[in-house]
Design a protein around this ligand. Structure first.
Ligand SMILES: Nc1ncnc2c1ncn2[C@@H]1O[C@H](COP(=O)(O)OP(=O)(O)OP(=O)(O)O)[C@@H](O)[C@H]1O
Length: 980
């Protein structure tokens, strides 16, 4: 037998273990109402996986567990086992015997299925019986209710049994599943497409933004390359400039040493010269003493000579003619010598007068010039001293013209948080005073406060005291203003650019925000021309100042020029320094001018003295010469009278009187001393001039030394500035680009530097044109695009799976139509014979309500019992309806036999004759089908090969026992008479 055994324990009314062995093809189960017959059917249905509590006639699943009775306690577990013979492989297993068990515990949770005592899932049980004909809608379990509902059912509801028979229901189930899946797939497609279109909206702008960001990065990288190249180039230049500065410093140092040596040499020489002048002075004095002696000697000799002359005159008057002539000749010769000597000295005096006059007039002119120069220099010195006094006052009282500022500064000690005036806080680098002064402009009088409250307090103070107005800068509100990196590159590549103004200002750390707010975006150039060039490259976006204090304002307007004696608080210190220096120089200039005047005066006096001496000498000599000439001519006449033809004897005359000779000697000695004095004086003058010249040279060299030292300082400052700049550039290479100078050098090539300025401008304007950049865009785009592509693929997959489902549904529809139609036709073929057999004639047929819609059409039954006209099943009596339904059931069994069929009082509504016909007909199927028939009808019982009686001997607990026909009939409530 297919179902070999049923074992039950604790299932519904079967409290105790009951084992039913099936050994016959047709087994009858009999018993009185409520004894538990149908519970056996329920047990079989339950094991085969029934999940519907309603089908099991309960409200919860635990209702199947024996609930107890008057004298039995409830049990905790229900267990039913079915044992099948599977040698015909009706079940989906290769085993010959299969034991299926289901257990349920009262806690309702520990439900179990077992196949051959192994725990399995419900699905395994369902798979086991799939297509075996034991399904819950199959014909394997037919109750009286099924029979009547089949007959009463609408044609539409009736097709289920044909579908089951045709094996269509599994396709139908699959189709339902596929449709549900299709629905889910469509929903997924819709949902995914919604997300997709949302993503699509994001993807395009993100793609554009990402492209923009990439472009930006590219250009930025190029800018960086250029910047690195410019930095490297800058470093090269700075290194070169530092080298040059060192060389220049070395040259200046050598020059300084040379200057110092020259000064030393000059000073030593001057010392010697001065000593020499001193010696000359002494010599001259000595000579003058000698001169006096000679002059005295001359006077004595002259007196003696006069005496001698008198003696000679006497000889001439009283002597012989010979003596006379001789004497006269001697006198004549003497007079000639005297005359010529005096004449020559007189002439010399005249020459000296002329020479000295000329020299004197030159010196006088020089003296006038030097005096004028001296006056000028002194005037200049006075002007400088006046200016210095003014500047000193300004330094002492810098805010005299700014009432409010002065008042706040004077009272700073009592005002909380007043930190100082910008002009005092900022220290411009030497040489940059004018530039910083104009860069700050009026801001230099602004007062820095710690915060806004301090500023408010100070303003209230000014109001209260009505002591003026002032502008305040609270440190807490200051924002740094910079020039962009790209513009910086442009600047650094522009000729004459020196830096931003803040580079040239020192201040305490706490005031750095002030510097950054006002000077970090002001550019400094050396000249106005270079400033204009830079301004145009930067499109007039920045304020530019020059070292001279000219300003190119934002927008391009320019301010410049110079007003007399103008000064600002930032330049005043520089001017004071400069003026102190100028005063020092001016004092030296005055001293020099004074010295020149004095020197010239001394020279003039000396010349005047010489001239005077010469004039006196000349005046003294003039009458002497006349007298000597007259004397000489008279003696000549006298002698010619004595010797009219002349006498050669004259030559022999001994007129060389000793006195005369001495006198002549004395005169020539006097002249010699005078000449020596003159020449020594001249030499002394030359020496003094030489000393003066050298002193002047020393002063000039000292001036040059000062200039050299100033330029040394300037070069050192410049060198320090270059070294700071170099340090900054190296630092920037390291921090911004993580590069050493040596490595960066290997990275750059000429192409980076070529046209750097133009390219930077070009790149900068291109970057500007790019507008706002979302640097996260590439990543966001990648993420969104990845999601987009993923979802797009998913949609495609979903569409393809939807198409597959649709085609599977189509295929299933096709199979279902085919199988349904074939099964329907086959059953229809059998129905007529079955009908005739059970009704004893007539005819019957199945009719499709809508043959064009095989998948949904209802099934009607047209029957014509013998002697009756064709009628629809609904018009027949209850018994007839049952029998017609049974005809259909048997027709189906003929076409589609099932291994097990349980009939639960299906023939209840039939009359006895029909019951017997039914029971006999049933036996036709016992070859292929095992029947378990629950019945009250003796007619049926008679046809069963074995009968089991169900009893409830103990109240509420069912029991089974094999019974004989007679007992069975007795047990069946005696409702039917047994036909003997
Ligand atoms: N969980 C349960 N515990 C104890 N008894 C139960 C349980 N469930 C059902 N029963 C009993 O089973 C009996 C019904 O059994 P069943 O319907 O099989 O009777 P039957 O023999 O088919 O009757 P009829 O001939 O009237 O159809 C009832 O008496 C009911 O009290």
């Amino acid at each position: 037998m297919f179902l070999k055994r049923v074992e039950m324990q604790g299932f519904k009314s079967f409290a105790d273990k009951v084992v039913i062995n099936f050994e016959h093809s047709v087994t009858g189960v009999v018993g009185p109402n409520g004894c538990g017959k149908s519970n056996i059917t329920d047990a079989i249905r339950w094991v085969l996986g029934e999940q519907s509590v309603k089908s099991l006639r309960g409200t919860t699943m635990t209702d199947v567990i024996f609930a107890g009775s008057a004298d039995r306690k409830m049990v905790g577990m229900a267990e039913v086992t079915l044992v099948f013979d599977n040698t015909k492989r009706s079940l989906n297993s290769e085993l010959d015997e299969i034991e299926v068990t289901r257990r349920l515990y009262r806690n309702g949770q520990d439900a179990e299925y077992l196949i051959n005592r192994n725990n399995v899932r419900l699905k395994d049980v369902v798979d086991l019986i799939l297509d075996s004909g034991l399904g819950k809608d199959s014909l394997s379990m037919i109750s009286q209710g099924n029979i009547s509902s089949f007959a009463e059912a609408k044609p539409q509801d009736r097709r289920a049994i044909f579908e089951e028979a045709a094996g269509v229901s599994k396709y139908k189930k699959r189709k339902m599943e596929s449709l549900a899946k299709l629905e889910r797939t469509k929903e997924n497609i819709d949902r995914t497409q919604d997300i997709l279109s949302e993503l699509e909206r994001q993807v395009s702008p993100l793609k554009r933004a990402a492209k923009k960001a990439e472009l930006y990065k590219e250009k930025k990288t190029r800018l960086e390359e250029i910047e690195i190249a410019v930095l490297v180039e800058d470093i090269n230049t700075i290194n070169q400039q530092i080298e040059d500065a060192k060389k220049t410093l070395f040259n200046i140092e050598s020059q300084t040493t040379m200057f110092q040596t020259t000064i030393q040499v000059h000073e030593t020489q001057n010392l010697e010269s001065k000593k020499e002048v001193n010696d000359l002075e002494k010599e001259i004095n000595k000579l003058q003493e000698n001169l006096m002696k000679v002059v005295n000697e001359i006077q004595i000799l002259e007196t003696r000579k006069i005496e001698l002359d008198e003696k000679r005159k006497y000889v001439v008057e009283v002597g012989t003619s010979e003596e006379k002539a001789k004497q006269l000749q001697s006198l004549l010769e003497e007079a000639r010598v005297e005359y010529e000597d005096r004449k020559s000295r007189y002439d010399q005096c005249q020459i000296n007068i002329e020479l000295l006059s000329e020299q004197l007039s030159q010196v006088a002119m020089q003296y006038a010039e030097f005096s004028q120069k001296n006056n000028e220099e002194n005037g200049m010195l006075r002007r400088l001293q006046n200016r210095k006094e003014f500047l000193d006052n300004l330094l002492k009282d810098p805010f005299n013209s700014q009432g409010g500022v002065k008042s706040v500064v004077d009272n700073a000690a009592s005002l909380h948080g007043v930190l100082g005036v910008i002009a005092q806080i900022m220290q411009p680098t030497e040489g940059y005073e004018e530039a910083i002064s104009v860069a700050l402009g009026g801001t230099m009088y602004n007062i820095v406060t710690s915060d806004e409250e301090a500023a408010r307090n100070a303003i209230n103070f000014l109001k209260k005291n009505q002591s003026g107005r002032a502008t305040f800068l609270p440190l807490t509100v200051l924002q740094p203003r910079n020039i962009s990196r790209e513009n910086q590159i442009v600047c650094e590549n522009t000729k004459g650019y020196l830096g931003v103004a803040s580079d040239f200002v020192q201040c305490e750390n706490r005031f750095i925000p002030v510097k950054e707010a006002f000077l970090q975006n002001v550019l400094v150039t050396d000249t106005l021309e270079n400033g204009n060039n830079l301004a145009s490259l930067l499109k007039y976006n920045y304020k530019i100042v020059t070292l001279d204090g000219d300003v190119i304002h934002k927008g391009g307007s320019m301010t410049g020029g110079k007003s007399k004696n103008s000064t600002s608080l930032l330049t005043v210190k520089k001017e004071v320094d400069e003026i102190n220096q100028s005063i020092e120089l001016q004092i030296a200039a005055c001293e020099l001018a004074e010295k020149n005047v004095q020197e010239t005066q001394r020279k003039r006096e000396e010349l005047e003295r010489g001239l005077m001496e010469s004039r006196i000498g000349s005046a003294q000599l003039e009458p002497v010469v006349d007298a000597k000439r007259a004397k000489y001519e008279k003696l000549k006449n006298d002698y010619e009278l004595i010797r009219p033809n002349g006498d050669d004897g004259l030559g022999d005359a001994n007129f060389a009187d000793e006195v005369v000779l001495k006198l002549n000697e004395a005169y020539s000695g006097r002249d010699e001393i005078t000449n020596s004095i003159r020449s020594k004086r001249e030499y002394r003058m030359k020496m003094s001039q030489d000393v003066d010249r050298k002193e002047q040279q020393i002063r000039q060299i000292r001036k040059d030394l000062e200039t050299a030292s100033a330029s040394q300082n300037a070069i050192r400052i410049d060198q320090a500035r270059l070294e700071t700049k170099l340090e900054n550039n190296l630092q920037r290479l390291a921090t911004e680009y993580q590069l050493t100078y040596e490595f960066a050098k290997t990275k750059v090539n000429d192409s980076h530097i070529e046209n750097a300025k133009e390219e930077v401008l070009q790149l900068r304007s291109e970057i500007e044109r790019l507008g706002n950049i979302n640097m996260n865009a590439p990543q966001e785009f990648e993420e969104v695009n990845e999601r987009y592509e993923f979802l797009d693929k998913q949609v495609k997959d979903l569409i393809s799976s939807r198409d597959k489902i649709l085609s599977a549904i189509d295929e299933m529809d096709h199979v279902m139509k085919k199988q349904f139609k074939e099964m329907f036709d086959a059953i229809n073929n059998e129905l007529n014979d079955t009908f005739r057999a059970l009704f004893g004639g007539g005819k019957a047929k199945l009719v499709l309500e809508d043959p064009s819609d095989i998948l949904n059409t209802g099934v009607d039954i047209d029957v014509q019992p013998p002697g009756k006209s064709v009628q629809n099943i609904r018009l027949f009596s209850g018994g007839e309806k049952s029998l017609i339904a049974i005809c259909v059931l048997f027709s189906i069994l003929k076409v589609r036999p099932v291994p097990l069929c349980i009939f639960d009082e299906v023939e209840a509504a039939l009359d006895q004759g029909n019951v017997e016909r039914f029971a006999r007909y049933l036996k036709n199927f016992r070859e292929d089908t095992q029947f378990i028939v629950v019945t009250h009808r003796p007619g049926t019982m008679q046809q069963c090969e074995v009968l089991y009686g169900v009893t409830m001997q103990k109240q509420g607990v069912s029991q089974m026992l094999r019974v004989e026909l007679k007992d069975a009939i007795d047990m069946a409530d005696g409702q039917e008479e047994v036909k003997s």
